[in-house]
Design a protein around this ligand. Structure first.
Ligand SMILES: C[S@@+](CC[C@H](N)C(=O)[O-])C[C@H]1O[C@@H](n2cnc3c(N)ncnc32)[C@H](O)[C@@H]1O
Length: 293
């Protein structure tokens, strides 16, 4: 099983070269942290063996992870660093977002911000919905919220929930610099308090779109509150649902992983929403609120 190491960093020609690549699945991070520091003799471990016909090795660097008769022979591919660079080269990232991403890159926690391809998907969902009223839970320095605010109409409103004042200072600077500050209603404090107070103020069923990207163990609570606040036909997007691949690894049972795993199971069984779990960034689930529960 000898072969070559996979490239793990952006290629020099990449238009988003300064973006550190996300750890897209746990297999990659395991390989990277292998004690020998060498990948040469390792097979590339793929998902559930029952579903996998091909075990890619460095000698056979297949991108196919599933090729299963049960799914009509549909081939499913994995994301390689090279392929991810290609995806990033197809993202139209506005210069102001690039500036914010680059300023944030030097900061503690920069890995928390959504990737450019995720931000583009969020913005597009907002556009498809023709959204006027949005909520984001977990702003950090503002990358995803700015992506949303940029595509909101001038009369639109984004309620931005964040507990960290220092992060908010950076977010505010970019809302102002890009001329969208009037669309963003910053709520500094615990997100749960903000969401509860919006409900008390009679704003239930008035939001078109919500994005959840904060404390993982609170996901279920955020979701229930947001389901009240979002209108029928509105969308709630939840980030980090794949949790670096740990949700699929039965040997990983730390509280955050268990909590996200349980949340994913609850969503799957939740008849109030249609859902789609998408393998983008660290995984996002898109939920559409149905008319009748
Ligand atoms: C993953 S980061 C958000 C990244 C952001 N969406 C982006 O793309 O740049 C999570 C943020 O949620 C905030 N946070 C965590 N728990 C919170 C809570 N209970 N209430 C409000 N904000 C919270 C953290 O301070 C952190 O800035």
């Amino acid at each position: 099983m000898a072969g070559r190491a996979l490239p793990l960093l952006s290629s020099p020609g990449s238009p988003l070269r300064s973006t550190p690549l996300l750890t897209l699945f746990s297999q990659c991070s395991r390989l990277r942290s292998h004690p020998t520091g060498s990948l040469a003799s390792l097979p590339i471990l793929l998902s559930s063996p029952r579903h996998v016909r091909r075990l890619a090795t460095a000698a056979e660097p297949s991108v196919v992870v599933a090729d299963d008769d049960r799914y009509g022979g549909k081939q499913v591919i994995r994301l390689t660093p090279q392929l991810y660079d290609y995806i990033l080269s197809n993202v139209r990232e506005p210069p102001i977002l690039r500036d914010l991403r680059e300023e944030t890159a030097a900061m503690r926690g920069s890995q928390m911000q959504v990737s450019p391809d995720q931000a583009q998907l969020l913005a597009m969902l907002v556009q498809i919905l023709g959204a006027q009223r949005c909520i984001e839970v977990g702003i950090y320095t503002g990358y995803s919220s700015l992506a949303v605010a940029l595509v909101l109409p001038d009369t639109g409103r984004l309620v931005a929930c964040e507990r960290d004042a220092r992060c908010l200072e950076i977010a505010k600077k970019y809302y102002e610099r890009s001329g969208v500050a009037h669309k963003v209603d910053i709520k500094h404090g615990l997100a749960v308090d903000t969401l509860r107070s919006l409900i008390k103020l009679g704003e239930s069923c008035s939001f078109d779109f919500a994005f959840v990207d904060a404390e993982k163990r609170m996901y279920s609570e955020y979701f229930e509150l947001l389901l009240k606040l979002v209108r029928v036909g509105g969308v709630i997007v939840i980030d980090n649902v794949l949790w670096h691949g740990k949700v699929a690894d039965s040997l990983v049972n730390d509280p955050k992983t268990i909590s996200i795993r349980n949340f994913n199971k609850k969503l799957l069984e939740d008849k109030r929403v249609s859902t789609s779990m998408v393998a983008i960034g660290d995984g996002m689930t898109i939920c559409w609120k149905k008319a009748e529960f």
